[in-house]
Design a protein around this ligand. Sequence first.
Ligand SMILES: C[S@@+](CC[C@H](N)C(=O)[O-])C[C@H]1O[C@@H](n2cnc3c(N)ncnc32)[C@H](O)[C@@H]1O
Length: 278
Amino acid sequence: MASRDYSEQDVEEFFDQTLHNYLSFWDSEGVLHTGYFAAGNEGDYQAAAQHTSAVLAAEMMIDGSSRVLDAGSGCGNFLLYLAREYGCSGEGLDLSEKRVKFAMDRLAAAPGLRITFRHGSVTKMPYQAGTFTHVVSQDSLCLVPDKPRSHAEIARVLAPGGIFAFSDFLQPKEHVSERARRHVFDRVRWNGGYSLIGYQEALDSCGFEILLARNLRSHIRQTYRVLGETAVERAKTVPDQAARDWMLSFAESCREMLVAIDDEEFGWGIFVARKRSA
Ligand SMILES: C[S@@+](CC[C@H](N)C(=O)[O-])C[C@H]1O[C@@H](n2cnc3c(N)ncnc32)[C@H](O)[C@@H]1O
């Protein structure tokens, strides 16, 4: 049970209101997802975040003929990367109007790509059935209050045999402590998520064959360890008191997130699934 049940509107407000704060210390280009750290490079969040996109792309069988939807595209980084690297076409859909605007501004600085970004929810997608060959997502779908609905929408807009490749936060344990609730779940208006097994069962029940499911808890642990340290360092030089307070409170939450990960209350994984043909 969440402290309260967050609605899509709560999630939308949170991601609109916090964009500026996140950009100020996390990544100014809007890469706001979990890093997949390479051995020997455990301190470099930016390289790890880029690696997450590269790992998912390598698993999803994408090329220039692919039509890709990024569900919860945020500031647009993953779709921009896929369009640049593979020449695919596609669209990013996100609940936060401010993040969509940020993504459009970035797209304007990268002419020639066959992609666009749109404001909207993955629970009610403005696309015809079978529009996309691929649906991708990074750390967004956990935030949807009605997950069966978003999964059904993803299955609907994918062509038969289409690929769904994504990363997401996990909730390995059913019951979580008050501390985890406050610092991990309530912090981003997240009602709760699946375990690694539970996610696969949910996907299977809405018509997906699982091709890959990887538990990557050590990588989310490293992500929040590095980001918490970055927030503390950045707070030392920020003149604005409100921004400083926000960073220090984020850093405190990061420390609690590490505890929650160790206690199996919080985790992260990547998944690749194929929509069954029949
Ligand atoms: C942690 S951010 C990740 C953003 C992006 N995928 C990235 O890699 O930087 C989560 C994103 O999910 C979006 N989101 C949450 N619920 C959504 C929904 N129902 N429909 C579309 N986007 C949603 C938020 O607005 C936010 O931009």
